[in-house]
Design a protein around this ligand. Sequence first.
Ligand SMILES: [Zn+2]
Length: 211
Amino acid sequence: MNAFLSLALSVILVGMSHLSAAEVDPMQRLKQGNDRYANSSTVCHEDWTAKRTSLVEGQKPFAIIVSCSDSRVPPEIIFDQTLGHLFVVRMAGNIVDDFAIGSIEYGVSVLGAKLILVLGHESCGAVDAALKGMKFDNHIQEVLDDIQPAVDATKGRKGNLLELATKQNVRNVKETLKASKPVLAKLFADGSLKIEGGYYYLDSGKVEFFK
Ligand SMILES: [Zn+2]
């Protein structure tokens, strides 16, 4: 796309959505939303009836969030987004299985989201349990087994091992998604889909973004 067309498209998008040019970029929208949330200046408390009815015909979420089930980390709230904005896949430890990947494929190829954010968080109970080597004779163990490679990768390192393992787990999940065939790997390869990692701090409410 040439510069003129790109500018024209930006103007149209801004006119349609009342967003600034910077906010049209999915990462900028998430960063700005998290800033609003962390600073208690959220804007996504609105006339829900009007918002609901405007979305009855369909959805076009701008980002997919892969996050933990933890009740303190709800993506729509911490990124100050509203109905129709985020396509969210949540499992303890922000891990992904075939069902999660199938959901992500749908969000990308059918709904048109252009960004995946894998989001870990401070004091993640799932990563903590894996780090402590806890054993369960139920399905919780399967969650811990999936996180285990991140724990193994941080063994012997200095610093906050829980934070290091949680961030490593985010990176591992990103790699899993980047290599996922047939849909995601192809879209990453041709540049039409991007993926980022993030780490949420419970106290400040801020998300640290990292590669
Ligand atoms: Zn967690």
